[in-house]
Design a protein around this ligand. Sequence first.
Ligand SMILES: [Zn+2]
Ligand SMILES: [Zn+2]
Length: 721
Amino acid sequence: MFANVLVEIKSKKVDKTFTYKIPDKLINEVCVGSLVTIPFGKRELEGYVLKILDSCDIEDIKEIKGLKKNEIVLNEEMIELGYFLQEKTLCSLSCSIQSMLPKALKAKKGVNIKKKYISYLIRTKKDEHLSKPNQIAILNLFENNREVKLKDAEEISASGVKTLIKNGYLEIIKKEVNRFNLKESMYSNEKTLTIEQENALKKIRQFYNKKTTILLHGVTGSGKTLVYIEAIKDVLKNNKTALVLVPEISLTPQLIDRFNSYFKGSIAVLHSHLSEGEKYDEWRKINEGKVSIVIGARSAIFAPLKNIGLIILDEAHSLSYKQENNPKYHALDIAKKRSEIWNCPVILGSATPDLNSMSRALKKVYEYIYMGKRAQNAKLPNITIVDMANEAKCSHTILSRDLEYKIIERLNNHEQVILLLNRRGHSTYISCSNCGYVYKCPNCDITLTYHKTKNTLRCHYCGYTKFFNTKKCPKCLENSLNYLGLGTEKLEEYLEEVFPTAKIKRMDTDTTKNKGDYDEVINEFAEFKYDILVGTQMVSKGLDFPKVTLVGIINADASLNIPDYKSNEQSFSLLSQASGRAGRNSSSGEVIIQSYMPLHPILNFVKNNDYKSFFNYEMKLRKTLKYPPYYFLIQIKLKSRDYEYLVKEITKVKKYLERNCDKKTIILGPATSNPFLVNKVYSFEILIKYRYDEKIKECLKDLDVLYQTDSKVTLDIDLSY
Ligand SMILES: [Zn+2]
Ligand SMILES: [Zn+2]
């Protein structure tokens, strides 16, 4: 017997399988989906068996060396998804398959994450002739227990345990333990469905066993989660399984707790806050069919769940469903592929559907369900936009007078406040007021952010860090450095000054680095240990705090000014989401949006909670500017350390595209990327806009092949930009 093995090399140059002989001793163990070790040239590598062959005419064929894992790592569906992903993103097959798996199961020499066992002792012989008190004490542990943890017995006497084992009284057995266990749920689940929720569910029920995409458009607080839960109950009744995806930052203990209260013991969780060992254990639970529900972030879309009856993407508009590294896939594409395989519906839940989904719903390509009321009769929050240009005149540059006053009011009423500022660090740049010097990253064209708590200047792109505690400008040597730009650290510092008695907590990637930090902040805020929670967009998602009655958006312009065609859409959804945190219970909430562009249409759509006008406005803009959903968009990036060479090559790429694409296809650029320089690597980009171009994919594939052998530049194609 022979096997086609996909080796661990990610390069597209070796993007094919290699045939090996299966040695006799492994004939019963090696099968499709096995992770094996193989000789490759002079090296020993790892790889996946993708096919078993009866015969092979290669002479001097090498043999598979061994099995790395004694479980089947890839099932047929996953192999199919791997090929699909390769085709969809133009990455190598090895890259696509590896990205579907937890680290423990990746083909990679040197990674060795194992199952975890606990050793127990069992009693194998009864005998009354023992006289040593140690040994008697150990055996006494078995009076009420059939098994005793080895560790507990060794605490009495390690040598005693040894002797008892040697003399045949005790025997060690090993039991596997799951490293990850959900906590007992504290959530009470007696809520009945509202009429809107009931109707939504009725409509969803028509599509079980059909490959359909359903857009569930429900305003914040309308209770989409309860609809998901009821639908999942149906699916489980039919002996099928459900896959639930949420953006990473929405994977709060609150959300998991809520699912766990309904589906105790049937849930596996997959997200980046788990250790590699925990991920491995969760993954195996799914693969072995021990759970029927998977909740996770983007890559959980590849969970080896079988017999899927429902796939849910909550907050489907979120950019976090798109992977920015290779393979550059969107979770929705994989969801649709799996819905085809299992013949089941995909639900896209959102309070602010992205334009692509909404226009598909309007064209009836997607089914559409709308829920416009907040559950439990909670009112939508009252939103005010404050013109910061006026405030700056009264030197209120961080908090407007209105927001400051309202925070005091909330503090007096013992209510809670959430403040959103989408920039971490203290000051976003430091410059000299005497000579104009600005601290910049030596590797990137980016200003360094000052982090006061650690006294460092940091580049948020390449990670460059520099210790900093001087007042002197390094150029003119005057004491004239200014800390400009507002980050969460500075905001926190400012709040502590203005509200000295308030308990304030900051939440951003800097304060939630360690496992469990994030959960802790959320839990403590929910238990009312803090009055004010300030943070980046982490604070805007999926959280339900009944005592929060005021939300402040410190700088709404930050997201509106991002140079990306999606910035309006993203701002609308971020601001609406954040606003939705206020007044989740019946007392109505308030939101203050601070901006230097108070007349910006997007802010006013948010203020009026007017999705429809937002949609029409933005669609008109997209049509005029030829952006999705009217046009498909492909981004091509070319990167190199050699500037001169890069300029030459990007010009060639442009010419190549002009020669080979359809005449109606629009090719824009080359333009410098933003940022242009990261980690000493320059980057140019070309944007392709097209409606119908049958040749384009083939043309890009060929282009990709051309650059595979060029070691001086990297070509990056994003087909679903
Ligand atoms: Zn200076
Ligand atoms: Zn940098």
